[in-house]
Write a protein that binds this ligand. Structure first.
Ligand code: KIV
Ligand code: ZN
Length: 513
């Protein structure tokens, strides 16, 4: 390893999984672990073996299957926890035990009821025990940031003397600032006896929104391991986001002078896999992996990006594994962007016709948030379908049912009418009533898909309906957006599905023709 190599210690499956709404089954953990292997992370913290038999089994399953990264389990600084961790990681070729104990006054007095010297003796005894089970041991003084500096030096010195090879300095409560943490790492690395033999690691939480900035500042102070999680998930506001830290180091190598071994083109697939298995969609404006991260709607930006994407992009979408940069057509888009989309759709248009279409395009963009490819095709080819509803199917009947007893699955009975007059009614079950309704719409239209997001807003005082629904769905490998205004929630939600599914059907039928 070179001096500038920063190890990526991924804790998505441990600190991330610990957060409410992110718990994962063993299968889900394996799915994410495979994406972490593809990313080429240095270490996977697969769980906290002593937390539950399920957690131990998941760590064991990851240790058994995943080759490449070192597989790690967390353990409190107790004999039983360390033994459980050692057992769970046993099948891995490369393994690590990560053990921790609170060291700040609050943790010592309120939580542990232990004196400074009692904690020091535990560190000496139990880190040595961990080293006797596994040759790679990481020690964390929990709440290090709020621990007295002199005492912090004593704790990490004891851990190094007992054989720990990685010293992690957690900002457990997300309290520090970039300047402070750079200074702390410089202080520790220049003060702690034996510091040159170990790797110093940073573990920051995002309570004040500074986890990534603080982790990068720790690297400036000498840290050579970043503990982070995909999509920044973790306790409370989360951990340092892997994709942001890695892309900051890659994009600003001139500033940080540090590198990672991450295959950045696997970042987006890993982010999507995690979002899928935990049912937590990636926020649209999320740095690096959000849908808007490489999207441009403003006319001036679109013009610049079409001329040379470096005008408004500091990274390539392809570098993080996103299909390509996306120009989103909306009310801020200019004629350049519209013409470029028309050309991409392989439609022909004269300059005069483009002027006419552009006027209609702006009107349509004012009426709906996004102008889809299907809308562009309709505008250019002059098809007179109702804007945003283009496609053969119309919603005729909506019946949603949820029973309070747990044994009955929610279901929906949906009726659609085809433009040729044919009517079909289908009943489907689903995880919830809207999911069931979407299944029914797909069954009638003969497509397969899934809901990515469904937003429903009540619009006070609106003239043409009081509920606005926006459904983003995936059909095949394409995303479609359906928006609609209706008078009630059920018709709005299901109507938005129909609008989106209609676009997929129109595309499918055009391709088949
Ligand atoms: O935030 C924290 O302090 C932790 C430790 C277990 C490293 O997650
Ligand atoms: Zn943590």
């Amino acid at each position: 390893m070179t001096d500038d190599h920063v190890r990526i210690f991924d804790t998505t499956l441990r600190d991330g999984e610990q957060a409410p709404g992110f718990s994962m089954s063993t299968d889900a953990k394996l799915t994410v672990a495979r994406t972490l292997r593809d990313l080429n992370v240095d270490i996977i913290e697969a769980g906290f073996a002593a937390a539950s038999p399920g957690d131990a089994a998941a760590v064991h399953a990851v240790a058994e299957e995943i080759e490449g990264p070192r597989i790690c389990s967390l353990a409190r600084l107790t004999g039983a926890d360390i033994d459980a961790a050692g057992k769970a990681i046993e099948p891995a070729k490369l393994k690590r035990i990560h053990t921790f104990i609170g060291t700040s006054p609050l943790h010592r007095e309120a939580k542990l009821k232990l004196t400074q010297s009692e904690i020091l003796s535990r560190i000496s005894e139990l880190v040595a025990h961990a080293v006797s089970i596994c040759d790679d041991v990481e020690f964390s003084p929990e709440d290090a940031i709020r621990t007295e500096r002199e005492y912090l030096v004593e704790t990490v010195t004891a851990a190094i003397e007992a054989g720990a090879s990685t010293i992690n300095i957690p900002d457990t409560v997300g309290y520090t600032t970039p300047e402070e943490i750079t200074d702390l790492f410089r202080f520790l690395i220049s003060t702690v006896p034996g510091a040159e033999k170990v790797t110093f690691s940073t573990h920051c939480h995002d309570d004040l929104g500074m986890a990534v900035a603080n982790s990068l500042a720790a690297v400036r102070g000498g840290a050579r391991q970043i503990e982070c999680a995909i999509n920044g998930i973790g306790e409370r506001a989360g951990n340092c986001s892997l994709e942001e830290a890695v892309m900051a180091l890659a994009t600003r190598n001139d500033f940080f002078g540090a590198t990672t071994q991450i295959n950045t083109t696997k970042i987006f697939p890993a982010s999507v896999a995690l979002a899928r298995v935990t049912h937590n969609p990636i926020p649209r404006n999320k740095a690096v992996v959000g849908k808007n991260a490489f999207a441009h709607e403003a006319g001036i930006h679109q013009h610049g990006v079409l001329a040379d994407k470096r005008t408004y992009e500091i990274m390539d979408a392809e570098a993080v594994g996103m299909p390509s940069n996306s120009i989103v057509l909306g009310k801020h888009s200019g004629k350049h962007a519209l013409r470029s989309r028309i050309e991409a759709l392989e439609l022909e248009i004269t300059p005069e016709r483009l002027d006419e279409v552009f006027v209609k395009f702006k009107r349509l963009a004012d009426a709906q948030r996004e102008v889809t490819d299907a809308d562009v095709v309709r505008l250019v080819t002059g098809s007179n379908q109702r804007p945003g509803r283009g496609g053969p199917w119309r919603l005729r009947r909506v019946e949603l049912r949820v029973e309070l007893d747990e044994d009955t699955q929610p279901y929906a009975r949906i009726g659609l009418e085809h433009e040729n007059g044919e009517r079909q009614t289908v009943t489907c079950e689903g995880e919830g009533p809207f999911d069931a309704a979407f299944n029914a719409v797909c069954a009638i239209a003969g497509v397969e898909g899934r809901i990515l997001t469904l937003d429903i807003h009540h619009i006070a005082g609106a003239e043409d309906g009081i509920v606005r629904a926006e459904a983003r769905v995936e059909i095949g490998d394409t995303e479609y957006l359906g928006t609609i205004r209706e008078v009630d929630v059920a018709h709005a939600a299901v109507g938005a599905f129909v609008v989106a599914v209609n676009q997929a059907v129109t595309k499918r039928d055009a391709e088949a023709a």
